[in-house]
Write a protein that binds this ligand. Structure first.
Ligand code: BMA
Length: 333
């Protein structure tokens, strides 16, 4: 049963860049595009790099026939040059079971760039991890068993292992509804994953009554790993929102702090949304309204944190905040 939640507001530490105008949208694309969103962003070799999702060829009934992951580059993290070719399509996985690749997240570990992405297959949703040496070609390192997605990698090994956050969807054992939580796993080589633990359960997040999942790859601060997540509430009285006949969910960004040495420990959790849907792009326009889906977070030398988020499953936006103010929101637990 869904519980109605009150109006939600973004924290006052959040500043939307360009008054919430998108930093990337279908208008900027050199190819057919309808919705450009849910991007991963890193700084790599003196450039900002963005991998984004392009859904296009609308079927008129709430879905898109086609989807791929595109790539863009920037000198300032705000204005982007788009690569003319798609970066990753379902055909690049060379597995006839794969139907769609989407929701990319980027992480640089030891000067190597990795891509996590969701993979729809005819036998369930899988989480992919790939490595790219030149941001042109990619090699898939591992695909999870279904159903799993929203995977993100930490930007360094901890205790000798790679670390990822992930969001399996255990429909059978969680009552057949979206009661999905965030988990953490470890790997010696990015292929074999284990020591899996529950990290953040949906019932620990006061502004979620549905599901949660990892957002951007965590950033390292003196106080801990600053970690974004998305949190969903559902309200059965919500009706038509955006292009869809019925869209009853709302996605907000939340933030927590994980222990530097033992990231299975949450040392701080902000009990309110960090970013809630507020601008007209986020609440009125677009394919699915009321969706804030964070996928990239960059800590600048001056303490500014750039937070990239998909808005309304339609455009990519950017907000900033000061790192110490973000840490203060999370503490005390
Ligand atoms: C999730 C994923 C995301 C999407 C969100 C809101 O389940 O499909 O890609 O942004 O729903 O529609």
């Amino acid at each position: 049963m869904s519980i109605m939640l009150p109006e939600l507001k973004s924290s006052t530490v959040i500043k939307r860049v360009n008054q919430g105008e998108p930093v990337l949208s279908s208008k900027d694309m050199p190819y057919e595009a309808d919705c450009i969103f849910n991007a991963g962003v890193v700084k790599y070799k003196d450039k900002y790099v963005m991998a984004f999702r392009n859904d296009y060829d609308y079927n008129g009934k709430g879905g898109f026939r086609k989807c791929f992951i595109g790539l863009a580059f920037s000198n300032d993290g705000v204005k982007w040059d788009i690569n003319k070719e798609p970066f990753l399509t379902s055909a690049d996985i060379h597995d006839p079971d794969v139907t769609r690749v989407y929701d990319p997240r980027l992480t640089v570990i030891d000067d190597v760039c990795y891509l996590c992405f969701a993979v729809d297959t005819r036998h369930g949703v899988r989480g992919g991890i790939a490595v790219t040496k030149d941001l042109k070609t990619i090699e898939v390192l591992s695909l999870t068993a279904p159903d799993n997605r929203n995977m993100v990698l930490f930007p360094e090994k901890i205790g000798g292992n790679y670390v990822r956050l992930e969001r399996p969807f255990p429909v059978y054992s969680r009552g057949g509804i979206d009661r999905f939580d965030t988990w953490i796993s470890f790997s010696p080589d990015l292929r074999y994953w284990g020591d899996t633990k529950l990290l953040l359960a949906v019932e620990q997040v006061p502004f979620a009554n549905d599901k949660i999942g990892p957002g951007a790859p965590p950033i390292k601060t003196k106080a801990g790993w600053l970690t974004l997540f998305h949190a969903v509430d559902i309200d059965r009285t919500r009706g038509k929102n955006g292009w869809e006949e019925k869209w009853q969910k709302r996605y907000c960004a939340g933030i927590m702090l994980l222990d530097l040495k033992d990231p299975t420990k949450i040392i701080g959790l902000y009990k309110e949304p960090l970013i809630a849907p507020e601008t007209r792009y986020e609440t009125e326009e677009g394919y699915r309204t009321n969706v804030i889906f964070p996928g990239g977070m960059i800590l600048e030398d001056n303490g500014e944190v750039k937070i990239y988020y998909g808005a309304s499953d339609t455009i990519e936006c950017l907000a900033t905040a000061n790192v110490d103010e973000l840490i203060a929101l999370c503490l005390p637990c």
